[in-house]
Design a binder for this molecule. Structure first.
Ligand SMILES: [Zn+2]
Length: 160
């Protein structure tokens, strides 16, 4: 964010409670860009054959991740991940269980992670162009490359 969304002046770094934040220099306006993290839901989607990993069209080739998405206004995180999984993979989902909360500061997101079970045949939506199903016993050795949060989610689930 470069400009004040209220009065359009260029924002400047100013001190608020000992933290530098982009702020409107007009004291009558007073806008502060707090840069709060965005909640994102994610799921380890387990089918009878194994865990589904998907490749987003916008990503470099070869990167596969757990399923994730954004919440709609007033939607519960569990409803959001059930909806995202159904939309992105075309599967019937059930038994969602919260796995944990994971800050992802490099994207300024808070990941709300679930494990859920799913059945059916996979039909990818327009966001995804490939998927893999990895048996749980082989996930410990799978190379997620730079997707260290996906690695962490799966390690936490496997350890549990
Ligand atoms: Zn302003």
């Amino acid at each position: 964010m470069k400009y004040c969304p209220l009065c359009t002046q260029p924002l400047r770094l100013m001190s608020h409670d000992a933290t530098q934040r982009l702020s409107c220099p007009d004291s009558a306006c007073g806008f502060v860009f707090w840069d709060k993290p965005v909640p994102v839901v994610a799921a380890i989607v387990e089918t009878p054959e194994g865990v589904v990993l998907a490749h987003n069209r916008a990503w470099p080739e070869g990167l596969f991740s757990v399923i994730s998405g954004f919440l709609e206004s007033a939607e519960s995180p569990q409803a959001a991940i059930e909806r995202e999984t159904a939309e992105e993979l075309g599967l019937t989902v059930h038994d969602a269980a919260l796995l944990g909360l994971y800050p992802l500061p490099e994207q300024n997101q808070l990941i709300i992670a679930y494990h859920l079970r799913a059945e059916g045949s996979i039909t990818l939506n327009e966001e995804l162009d490939a998927f893999k199903i990895i048996p749980a016993t082989q996930l410990g050795d799978y190379d997620f490359g730079p997707l260290t949060l996906t690695r962490r989610l799966l390690d936490d689930w496997l350890a549990a």
